[in-house]
Design a protein around this ligand. Structure first.
Ligand code: NAD
Ligand code: IPM
Ligand code: MN
Length: 361
């Protein structure tokens, strides 16, 4: 049967704070790039987040995960509001998506673009090029535990990390597979097995086991405290990095800032089996300190949309977006957002990217 190619269906959760501001620009960029390649999207916006919570007492409808399951991908802005406790907003919307759809690979690149300044001294463009594989479904984020004698002097909180052989091996293997294809073929495992004698010891054992399957990849194992120091002292030495959920979270804010800004940090939450939709979102949060001012850097969201295009096998369209971002950052005269030392507004950055994408026709 022949016929028009069906548009890809994307669920959009703009969320809170600067989420809607940056997501709008990500959609414009993805639309522009895909249109050149004859592909279109059906964007379905869901008004979930803290405003929904104020009205309904929950972040999203009870069946929101079933609703999302029907889509080809999910594009998310940010979640978090200064007047609601973060564990309510995040556990009520974002974190269950990663678990339910088994998005066990959280992919977070940090690349020092030409035209962008690292706060670290004397760093050449391209000299920092790190790809973090963050475990995304268990570990310290398993949210297993409870409270006892709450609000009394005997208050007890138990928060248990969950490390499984399956969970550790699959993220470590995904990281090795990627490292084996990169020119430097290096991988660093992040651990804390000197203090955490169960979960992190299992992590180390899984790393050693999987490493034996990839003799062409050189390995190092770093304690997390040492690793944050080395991210500052010798960031150029890192290629692929594999870390647990919490360590990966912390390391990727650091990874973002050593290449210039949170406003450039993209992220993909991937189910490699493709049974469920994957989710694409910037690393940054809702940034309440700059919300509504029209100055948020949309490039992290735009680069996350490029990761989505790549995952949807629209590699040419993804390359158009990535190249537009690279060109804009390299230009001396182009608009730059305030976090990168310019005075460009969110919308103007988005428009400049669309223009550059259209010029790639
Ligand atoms: P944040 O990432 O929102 O902000 C940290 C700093 O970086 C702020 O100064 C902010 O202005 C700046 N920044 C972030 N994104 C920027 C952008 N695109 N352009 C320019 N500057 C940018 O982190 P936070 O302040 O710790 O968290 C704020 C809220 O967001 C909290 O409620 C937190 O739980 C939530 N959060 C959500 C996500 C998510 O939805 N994925 C991620 C991180 C934090
Ligand atoms: C991130 C965020 C989330 C995380 C928060 C908001 C729960 O910081 O995506 O990096 O820790 O995973
Ligand atoms: Mn984070």
């Amino acid at each position: 049967m022949t016929g028009a190619i069906q548009p890809l269906r994307i669920a959009v959760i703009e969320g809170d704070g600067i989420g809607p501001e940056v997501t709008r620009e990500a959609i414009r960029a993805a639309d522009a790039a895909a249109a050149i390649d004859g592909v279109s999207f059906e964007w379905r916006k869901f008004p979930w987040g803290s405003d929904y919570y104020f009205e309904h007492g929950r972040m999203a409808p009870a069946d929101y995960l079933d609703t999302l399951a029907e889509f080809d991908a999910i594009l998310l802005g940010a979640v978090g509001h200064p007047s609601v406790q973060d564990h309510i907003t995040l556990n009520g919307l974002l974190l269950p998506i990663r678990r339910r759809f088994d998005q066990y690979v959280c992919l977070r690149p940090s690349y020092l673009y030409p035209g962008t300044q690292s706060p670290l001294r004397d760093k050449e463009p391209g000299s920092i090029d790190i790809l973090v594989f963050r475990e995304n479904t268990e570990g310290e984020y398993a949210n297993v535990g409870g409270r006892l004698y709450q609000q009394t002097d005997a208050d007890v909180a138990i928060q248990t990390s969950v490390f499984t052989r399956r969970g550790c091996e699959r993220i470590i293997r995904a990281a090795f597979e990627s490292a084996a294809k990169r020119p430097r073929r290096k991988i660093a495992s992040i651990t804390k097995s000197n203090a955490q004698g169960y979960g992190m010891v299992l992590w180390d054992e899984c790393f050693d086991k999987v490493a034996a399957e990839f003799p062409g990849v050189s390995t190092e194992s770093l304690l997390i405290d040492r690793a944050v120091m080395e991210f500052v002292r010798r960031p150029e030495s890192f290629d692929v990095v594999v870390a647990s959920n919490l360590f990966g979270d912390i390391l990727t804010d650091l990874g973002a800032i050593i290449v210039g800004s949170m406003g450039l940090a993209a992220s993909a939450n991937i189910d490699p089996t493709r049974r469920s939709p994957s989710m694409f979102e910037p690393v940054h949060g809702s940034a309440p300190d700059i919300t509504g001012q029209g100055i948020a850097n949309p490039l992290a969201a735009i680069l996350s949309a490029a990761m989505m295009l790549d995952h949807l096998r629209l590699e040419t369209s993804a390359a158009r977006v990535n190249s537009a971002v690279k060109q804009l950052l390299a230009r001396v005269d182009g608009p730059k957002p305030p976090d990168l030392g310019g005075s460009g507004r969110t919308e103007d950055i988005g428009s400049a990217i669309v223009e550059l994408i259209n010029a790639s026709k």
